[in-house]
Design a protein around this ligand. Sequence first.
Ligand SMILES: Nc1ncnc2c1ncn2[C@@H]1O[C@H](COP(=O)(O)OP(=O)(O)O)[C@@H](O)[C@H]1O
Ligand SMILES: O=C(O)C1=C[C@@H](OP(=O)(O)O)[C@@H](O)[C@H](O)C1
Ligand SMILES: [Mg+2]
Length: 176
Amino acid sequence: MCMVSKSDNILLIGFMGAGKTTIARALGKAAGYRIIDLDALIVERRGRAIAEIFSSEGEEAFRDYESEALRSLEPLSHAVVATGGGIIGRQENREFLRSLGAVVYLRASWKTLSARLAASDDRPLADPAAGLEKARQLWLRRLPLYEQAEIIIDTDEKSPAEVARAILQAIGVEDV
Ligand SMILES: Nc1ncnc2c1ncn2[C@@H]1O[C@H](COP(=O)(O)OP(=O)(O)O)[C@@H](O)[C@H]1O
Ligand SMILES: O=C(O)C1=C[C@@H](OP(=O)(O)O)[C@@H](O)[C@H](O)C1
Ligand SMILES: [Mg+2]
């Protein structure tokens, strides 16, 4: 088991719709961690929605903002961070995440992910109006990168509270 002290950080990774934003909130509240959502931080700092950044500046600009937002978190303590699904695309980000604390991959099946993505229209790389095949290909390409995480939690059959509990158990923090 990987033992992480309570003062360390938890970094949530996984594909769009896996529950990173939701679980960060549940975990933060349950365990008293500071809750940080990188997408929300980018939106706040840029003053525009993610979809607007993609459409007016392009994906590379968004990736630069994302890497910048990640780096700006340091020093960080006792926090749970919800990343965006594409953060693992850059090796520098993967290394930086590892340096911050326990990297936790929220794993979900394509069935679960696609049902969630079909019900939302605010993700430029998973637009249900255009069909989700491109998103499925992206998911397949990213899987090996997500699987580099030190902790993997299967989430399909779990409620957000159950996922939060499973994370605490996996990192060796007493349930609270
Ligand atoms: N464990 C879960 N069980 C049921 N629904 C979930 C679970 N985790 C997330 N959801 C739902 O799935 C959708 C996507 O979750 P979200 O937290 O935005 O994912 P992400 O940040 O990984 O893209 C939301 O509607 C959320 O309520
Ligand atoms: O996977 C991706 O490339 C993205 C995931 C999104 O975050 P969520 O994973 O929280 O949906 C957001 O960062 C942006 O739309 C790009
Ligand atoms: Mg999110």
